[in-house]
Write a protein that binds this ligand. Sequence first.
Ligand SMILES: Cc1ncc(COP(=O)(O)OP(=O)(O)O)c(N)n1
Ligand SMILES: Cc1nc(C(=O)O)sc1CCOP(=O)(O)O
Ligand SMILES: [Mg+2]
Length: 216
Amino acid sequence: MNAASQDLSPEGCRLYLITPPRIDIPRFRDVLAAALDAGDVACLQLRLKDADKDAIARAAEVLMPVCHARDVAFILNDDARLAHELGCDGAHLGQSDGDHAAARKLLEGRILGITCHASRHLAMTAGEIGADYVAFGAFFPTGTKQTVHTAGTDLLQWWSEMMEIPCVAIGGITAENCAPLVRAGADFLAVVGAVWNHPDGAAAGVRAMNAAIAAA
Ligand SMILES: Cc1ncc(COP(=O)(O)OP(=O)(O)O)c(N)n1
Ligand SMILES: Cc1nc(C(=O)O)sc1CCOP(=O)(O)O
Ligand SMILES: [Mg+2]
């Protein structure tokens, strides 16, 4: 994902970073800069699940320039209206995060991603309303979020053979387990823990993920 062009045409699988659910903004700013300097990252999704709009706005004000300085798209989770107001590059919406078609109109020319769990039907519907990407998951158990749905590589393979719209794989993805997802056609791997909880730091997490993607 390119912040300048909003071009989601994939050139091989790329890394999609999602913030930890809670952050200390000044400290995270430096960790993020180091992570983005460590290797290719298509975009960062700001996902602060317990934060109010003011706190999200404060985080976006600090973190969006860090992303844009590195040509990394800045995507807001859950709230298309706020993404529009804050000048984000796009929004990621789940199935309970408002009217997708209205969000598509509001975010014209910007990125709209939609969670489709493990459902071909939800993905087709997301494609019909003009989503820029569909997200499937969870592929593996994850400690970041309680998940209900389980997706398999057959879904990625079916989607990527049928459709031009890029697909994102999410849920418990690590450098150790990601190869089958890349080979099945995932255009982006979305991760939280594999980068921010990497034992050698987030920069090492980005390097490990990119090395695993390249080797897949
Ligand atoms: C890239 C990506 N894929 C899926 C999700 C999950 O979105 P959602 O189902 O709305 O759940 P929350 O993230 O809001 O807890 C995502 N955020 N990003
Ligand atoms: C935010 C999110 N959504 C998921 C879904 O399945 O829709 S799984 C997930 C958590 C991803 O974090 P980690 O990379 O640490 O597993
Ligand atoms: Mg959501």
